[in-house]
Design a protein around this ligand. Sequence first.
Ligand SMILES: Cc1ncc(COP(=O)(O)O)c(C=O)c1O
Length: 399
Amino acid sequence: MNPDLNLLHPYPFEKLAQLKAGIEPPAGLAHIALSIGEPKHEPPQFVLETLSRNLNRVSNYPATKGLPELRQAIARWATERFQLAGNELDPETQVLPVNGTREALFAFAQAIVDRTAERPLVVSPNPFYQIYEGAALLAGADIAFLNCTAENGYIPNFSEVDPTIWRDCQLLYLCSPGNPTGAVLTLEHWRVLLDLADQYDFVIASDECYSELYFDEAEPPMGLLQACRALGRRDFSRCVVFHSLSKRSNLPGLRSGFVAGDAAVLAEFLRYRTYHGCAMPVPSQLASIAAWEDEVHVRANRTLYRQKFDAVLKILDGCLEVEKPEAGFYLWPRTPMDSETFARELFAQQNITVLPGNYLARATDVGNPGEHHVRMALVASLEECIEAAKRIRVFMEQF
Ligand SMILES: Cc1ncc(COP(=O)(O)O)c(C=O)c1O
């Protein structure tokens, strides 16, 4: 077997299952899961109809590059959303469909990492989406973590990172809006990062799968391509963004997203993907076109999240150290005890599952930046989220 498989850490949900094992929560309280980041709002009916109307198209092998119509719809969407006019994405060379960002984020490292370098290195935020680490390790790279803490506003000070890290870095993963912190990178962050990427010659993989879940309709989070455009970069060199219909359109089971950016990088990524064998089925591509071409359902989706954040934060006000995130669907409160004790006790007393923050981060020489946090995903219904917040309030009152 590939010995690198032994480097993979148990997935956070395996650790969570162990943490909860043998505990009997009160039978009178229904279980509420705030632990999993799976969207639970209704998927748009017209997308499901498009999917079922086109099921007969499974009789064709799909092309890895996807239908031109899909790439065109994506390019139009991204151009509009990220204000790329004048520097539009070329659907022929700068867009590829992917089967959700998870597989794309993993596959990307396999295509990018040069194992023959002295120290192939992938750099990741910490805490982070676990796929970045697994992707790096199975690509034969080492991984360096940049801590995201309350002190730095959950965004590392990139210009203070040891230059030897940047010297070895081949691929930098970023997540904006961040999972689990909700922090959003600004143009100034991107300017610093793009200068570093040029200076040290690395690729930036910007995971933007939460970009459409924000609170102020007038201020959507900035994306990396938008930053490139705003900074006057004529192409998207060294930059690839990852987008998804999972959260935007409540279609996590469709497995549909896209990557866009640097044409030279995407040409090689396409070559990799042709062998990897991850073409999107044609019915899913046609359903995806319908989803990318509609914003009405996405605005309705945001309204639902806004209601939940407002209601839950009102109830938690004063009893838990928690802030409204800039975007996304997670709360990342500080816990008055270690993360695991908090999660275990909350489950034991109130039958609510949250994810210990330390499971989403790795220990560094200044500690584990996820410690003393838990992640709460506000994905359940408004009523369930309100019920959960009330029970958390009761739980907190004993401290
Ligand atoms: C930060 C982040 N990136 C990527 C994904 C993967 O999403 P999908 O594969 O559904 O696009 C998730 C899913 O939870 C996530 O939280």
